[in-house]
Design a protein around this ligand. Sequence first.
Ligand SMILES: Nc1ncnc2c1ncn2[C@@H]1O[C@H](COP(=O)(O)OP(=O)(O)OP(=O)(O)O)[C@@H](O)[C@H]1O
Ligand SMILES: [Zn+2]
Length: 762
Amino acid sequence: MLVQVALPVPLYRVFDYSLPADMLASPDRLMPSIGSRVEVSFGRQTLIGIVIAHVSEDESCVPVNKIKPINKCLDADPILDPNMLKLAYWLARYYHYPLGDVLAVILPSLVRQGKPLDLLITHWRILPHITDDDFRANAKKQKQQFDMLKLHGERGASEDVLLLEGMQRAFLKTLEDKGLIERYIQTKQSPSPVKLAKMPLDLNDEQKLAVDAIVAAHKSEIYTGFLLNGITGSGKTEVYLQAMQAVLEAGKQVLILVPEIGLTPQTRARFASRFAAHIVLLHSGLTDTHRLQGWQDCRTGHAQIIIGTRSAVLYPFAALGLIVVDEAHDGSYKQQDTLRYHAADVALYRGLQHNIPVILGTATPSLEHLKLVEDGKLVECQLLTRPGNAKPATMQLIDARLQSTHQQAQHDGARYDTGLTDSMIGAIKQTLEAGDQVLVFLNRRGYAPVLLCEACGWQADCPRCDAHLTVHYNSLAQRSGYSGSSYLKCHHCDWQAYIPTVCPDCGSQNLDAKGMGTTRLSENLHAIFANPQTSKVIYPIIQIDRDTTRRKDSWENIYQQINQGNPAILVGTQMMAKGHHFPNVTLVCLPNADRGFLSADFRSPEHTAQLMIQVAGRAGRGDKAGRVLIQTLQPDNELLLKLVKDGYLSFARELLQERKMMGLPPHSYAALIRCEGKTLAATTQALKDAIAHLPSRHNLAVLGPIDAPMSKKNSRYHAQLLLLAKDRQQLHLVLHQWWQPVLALPSAKYLKLTLDIDPVGW
Ligand SMILES: Nc1ncnc2c1ncn2[C@@H]1O[C@H](COP(=O)(O)OP(=O)(O)OP(=O)(O)O)[C@@H](O)[C@H]1O
Ligand SMILES: [Zn+2]
């Protein structure tokens, strides 16, 4: 007998190995089981692969004398069960990706390296007799760190997790020395049954309908995909919680997917305050050890509630009972390199595999998901009202052409436009004076997107990309003599340069930063709202973007500051759009969110509208009504008017109708082939050769090759080719015959060719 092994090599095949003589001679003569790891030699390398089948020598296409024995078997029991192998096969087939590479994506790196699965990890927990009273009033920082540990309940948490959440190692030591907390090595016992830590809320009728439908699907053990289509603030989370309760009480695991790591600490708290359960967080910030531990907890069933980003959908589960995909429209669910899977699609597949319900929850469903509802493949549950007194915010357009933006800011003696109309500024002022918070949304970090020479038109461009360099500049830091915060940076490849004092082309000193990023907007707001005598602001202006939240604890601190509820102006990028609940924000301003309606990308209106509605959804979530102001230079834009007047759903349904007429996804199926190389000519030629090899163009639209939207990136050139088909099977049939030979084309030799199934942008 031979074993067939999937190896992490970019080849569309598996490899046969025999068993070594000593293994065959041993009395039990156990074959390495299907789904376990083996170490093998492969050429000059030693690799670790997964046994995927047992075959006889006759079945092998390799001559017997060429077959090498495996070096050793690493697992007594399989580490991947038949369901996980089936998932891997499905991913390999659907995304046309080599099976060995699929497994490499699925397995945590320590597993791939052949490490034992059971690791000894230090955990911290609070000693049982300790209470809040054991703290002196002035030990504030210690108490704060203690409270973070307290959130994890009596079992505490591993050191990795705590550090990731912003705890400091020194404090753990201090608290330990004071006899308040202890460290221990967690031994695995079966988890105790999940208990309710807090009573559920009384559901409103819409919520109840949704929960009943989901629980019924769970009880009947029939796969059902739900689109929980609920406006922002309508209480989708409460629906998840009560559906989860039934599943957890039945001893099953619940997987909750969330878009971004930035959100997970708050998300965890929401679930932890409802259920006393073993909750595991999975995201890209984990160390390898912690990832392996999480993987093991899921696989063995120790984890009861699993909250994770995209890749968590690829984890093995002992007893999965429900999958929730929160903010299911979010672009981050699509992996953009290697195995280009969409986590919501994989979630639906796994639901089908395990016969369990899957909830796709969102206020702004993607057109793909709306189409699945139309086709009867998803059951739609709607939540159209906000519970309690909270009303959906009213939306209003401001015509930026008519209104003066004369409210000018003054910096260093120069007066200039702030980019905010008088009525927007007036509304901000009014809101702050009423004691509320304002969110100003601008999806662009840095100071300004362009540095321009007014004399000759030179612009600071990235030498490595087809992109302008973003100006990063901080006038407050400048004035205090600190220049480190001023530089030019490419947001695509991170290339950095000094800000020139004169134009490198014509020598003019007339260099000007054009356009507006969050830093500039914050400065403008500062200038508008500062007391002219003291130049201090009464209300804090809090800038929230990837630059200001880079440090581990900074987001946590900002979050706490906002939740204290004092009047403040929050200036934020799309980080602020997602799922946050700030009850004191009553005004949301979008000074130029409508840009996306003009973009050449046909998906841009959909994504722009989703972002606008999500940001708008941050307004008026408490007792007070919310207001959304959209400042636009194109107040007659039909799409924008439709969105504001009729709401997201009718807007989206109209877009869907348009896509149908144009034969665009989701009313057709797409595969995008990208080619990357040292010259554009070589990449384009490879794609032309690829087209020549298409077995049939029947029922297939072939678009390209064309330059990719940013054809030069990081000094490499990109061209692309799009295949569109009315019928999904037809497309995959062609790809099955075509893709592997394309990779072997002579002209593709020194190029990187990739295939993206159901691409989200092109
Ligand atoms: N049945 C209910 N009765 C009273 N309050 C409720 C009920 N359901 C939800 N809430 C409250 O309504 C608020 C908004 O709910 P939640 O954050 O779950 O909305 P959401 O639909 O997830 O919003 P978003 O899409 O914007 O993230 C929360 O404070 C929640 O506690
Ligand atoms: Zn660049």
